[in-house]
Structure formats: C-alpha cells, structure tokens
Ligand binder design. Structure first.
Ligand code: 5GP
Ligand code: MG
Length: 185
C-alpha cells in the first residue's frame, strides 16, 4: 500500500481551506476572551489532527488555549469497535467555549465518544471542526460545525493521517492505493 500520486488534496489546496476555516471560526468566536468568561479552548485530537490544528490555530485571530486528547480506534484501514481515549488536559473546560478539532469524521464513533466526555465538563459552548468528512460511512448522526472537505469512502493518508503510523508527514492528503494498482501491473 502506498500514497497516490498525485495527491487527492495538494498542500496549497489544504492550506487555502484551512485559512478559510480559521476565518469562520475567528468570526464565530469573536469577542471571546478570558476576562469575558468565554475563552476559546481548542481541543486537538491526537495524533491525526496535529498538523491541521497547528495550522488552524496559528491562523485564528481570537486568543486560545490548547488542550489534547488522544484517541485510537483504527487497526490498519479497518475501523475498530472500541474507542480508546486519554484526556491530557491541564485545566477544566467548565464554562469555556470549546472547539474540538479532529482529522476526519468517519463512522462518527470516535468523535461521539470524545464529545460525550467533554460535555461532562460542562463547557459553555462546544463546536466541532473536522478537516475531512466521509458521510458515506457514518454510523452515528454526527454533524460537524466546520468541515474542510467532504470526501468519498476511501482511506486517505498525509497531513497528520497515518497508515500504521506512516505518512503523517506528507504535506498533502493522498488516497492509499495498493502498489500494483499504482504501478499498473
Ligand atoms: P470514526 O470513529 O469516525 O469512525 O473514525 C475517526 C477516526 O478514524 C479518525 O480520527 C481517524 O483517526 C480514523 N480514520 C477514519 N478514516 C480514515 C482514513 O481515511 N484515513 C486515516 N488515516 N484514518 C482514518
Ligand atoms: Mg484520529
């Protein structure tokens, strides 16, 4: 298995869309500050959303704090049943505005499990931002507030997304194809 050439979403396309998403988020959370009581906390889902969140956060024009949650649900390219989460928080989300940043919304199980646990901390507001949305595979009725790109039901890698921990470092998003299909043999 290897990443498609050319990419499904090249670096420039990704970066332009991230800039747009940052504008929408900044507009929707304008006026939020620590003193105003609605400080924006960006919760980044590791590891996949690492690069997307880093680019998004740096383009926001509102002040933010950043927290992390680690989630794992995939074995290879097949969705695992159980979602394993670990919250690495340094402060409570109580009364805060929270933006959950995830790489991809697939069956919806991971995001749903995380959101359920975030709600227990009674944030004032909770919004979901995903780089990619694969609605064809949805099992739970999850809808993101901000979506970078809606894609077909295909396994993608790059820009944080992995296949068995590889390819996260690619600057674009690629479909994972088998070597024979790619070489035409
Ligand atoms: P869900 O729980 O919504 O089915 O899956 C969400 C998680 O599965 C994502 O955070 C991501 O880690 C992983 N995932 C889903 N689709 C893909 C994909 O096409 N490529 C990669 N690399 N991971 C995916
Ligand atoms: Mg993930």
């Amino acid at each position: 298995m290897q990443p498609s050439d050319p990419p499904l979403l090249p670096e420039q396309v990704l970066q332009a869309r991230v800039a747009e998403l940052a504008e929408y988020v900044s507009r929707d959370f304008a006026g939020c500050s620590a003193s105003g009581g609605c400080e924006l906390t960006v919760v980044v889902v590791l590891k996949g959303a690492l690069f997307f969140a880093a680019d998004l956060i740096r383009r926001l024009s509102v002040p933010v704090t950043v927290e992390f949650v680690r989630a794992k649900s995939y074995e290879g390219t097949r969705a695992g049943e159980a979602v394993d989460t670990a919250f690495l928080f340094t402060s409570s989300l109580e009364g805060k505005s929270v933006l959950l940043v995830e790489d991809i919304l697939d069956t919806g199980r991971t995001t749903s499990a995380i959101i359920e646990q975030l709600r227990r901390q009674t944030p004032a507001r909770l919004a979901l931002c995903v780089l990619l949305d694969k609605p064809a595979r949805r099992e739970l009725p999850m809808v993101a507030d901000y979506v970078g790109f809606t894609i077909d039901d295909q396994f993608v890698v790059g820009y944080g997304l992995d296949f068995e921990e590889r390819y996260r470092d690619l600057p674009g998003i690629h479909v994972l194809v088998d070597d024979e299909a790619e070489s035409g043999t």
